[in-house]
Ligand binder design. Sequence first.
Ligand code: FAD
Ligand code: DHB
Length: 392
Amino acid sequence: MHTQVAILGAGPAGLLLAHLLSLHRIESVVLETKSRSYVESRIRAGVLEHGTAQLLCDTGVGERLKRQGMRHKGINLGYSGEIHRIDLSDLTDGKAITVYGQHEVVKDLIAARISSGGKILFEVDDVCVDALSTNRPRITFRHQGQDCELTGDWLAGCDGSHGVSRTSVPPGALRVFEKNYPFAWLGILAEAAPSWEELIYAHHEEGFALFSMRSPSVTRLYLQCKPDEDLSKWPDERIWENLERRLSFAGSKKVRRGKILQKGVTTMRSLAVEPMQYGRLFLAGDAAHIVPPTGAKGMNLAVSDVWFLTRALADFYSKGRTDLLESYSNSCLRRVWKAQRFSWWMTCLMHRFDHDDAFELRRQLAELDYLTSSGAAATALAENYVGLPWEG
Ligand code: FAD
Ligand code: DHB
């Protein structure tokens, strides 16, 4: 099998790339190791930046997003037992975020792919990539018991943080930048109507908590926990008690309890590789960079990467030009590093690192006070949160 762009991974990056390429009549094949139902029910991100929601709507995959997505014009910061609203729209000329589950975006993109007759193979395994520095990069894999081979003019590594594309690049060709954090998030999805109308990022002496939602009847909540946290030590009652303490604010409602539908632990790290290209392999999304989830940047970065990649490939196929392909990595990395900085900053602001460090606690509280009392500081948060421009 040969195609113009061979895409590894049917997460947001790979699926959106295939969709955007098809609008330019560029052919692609998507390979995914998991099943369709698995990727369509994998609970992850929930916050779409202004530009992400707009791109999905402008390219014909925003029908459900427009109906079911929840447009939020503000977020809240909770600390010292009080809640403070940051008016994102007022501070960013009317921009907003949309709360809409990543798995819903994935479902919409798979439906678009299948209805347009685009090729997508689920449940492939033994995936290997090679010949990256030739003009026919190649993927070998097994599908339905058969050995298969796919070559492409180009290869897009959209296979996430544990995929094979980044690790197939020869040692030394990519520089890796990495930071680890001494905590993780315990996340739950609960059958409970959201108590508040907008997200709350809560700083608390016992650790960070985040209140979010997925629909008018489903709440999404996170608690700072240890990276090696044993979920069996977290019965539902303990989770709710912790959430109630950490999300308790003077004169405000209480978190509403409900049946816990899903529980999981997410570890946190920052990672970026440079360049995001090797030969004819382009890395996009989590395959190229990982951010800690505070600030909700991961999926949004995957979207801006594939927007840059589509533009470069469209220019190549329509005009024979390679300059945008050559500058792909630099264009993405300018935005990636700003999102890395923001995610690192918000993570350091909201979490407890060392419970004995009283100086650090005072510093965080002073910064939160500054953010909620200075228009300049709040604007810096707001413009990053709704998403910086894709270029410039
Ligand atoms: P993935 O979604 O990981 O997709 C990669 C795909 O490749 C997967 O389907 C995988 O099965 C497949 N694959 C792996 N190996 C292979 C292989 N060898 N061959 C073929 N396929 C392969 N981001 C936000 O923007 N906003 C948020 O609110 C947010 N919240 C988050 C909350 C949590 C708890 C977590 C865990 C993450 C959150 N993120 C958020 C981050 C976001 O989920 C990721 O950044 C996003 O999934 C990246 O998309 P991707 O397509 O690059 O990678
Ligand atoms: C959600 C996840 C995030 O990482 C975040 O910063 C905000 C919301 C969510 O899953 O809803």
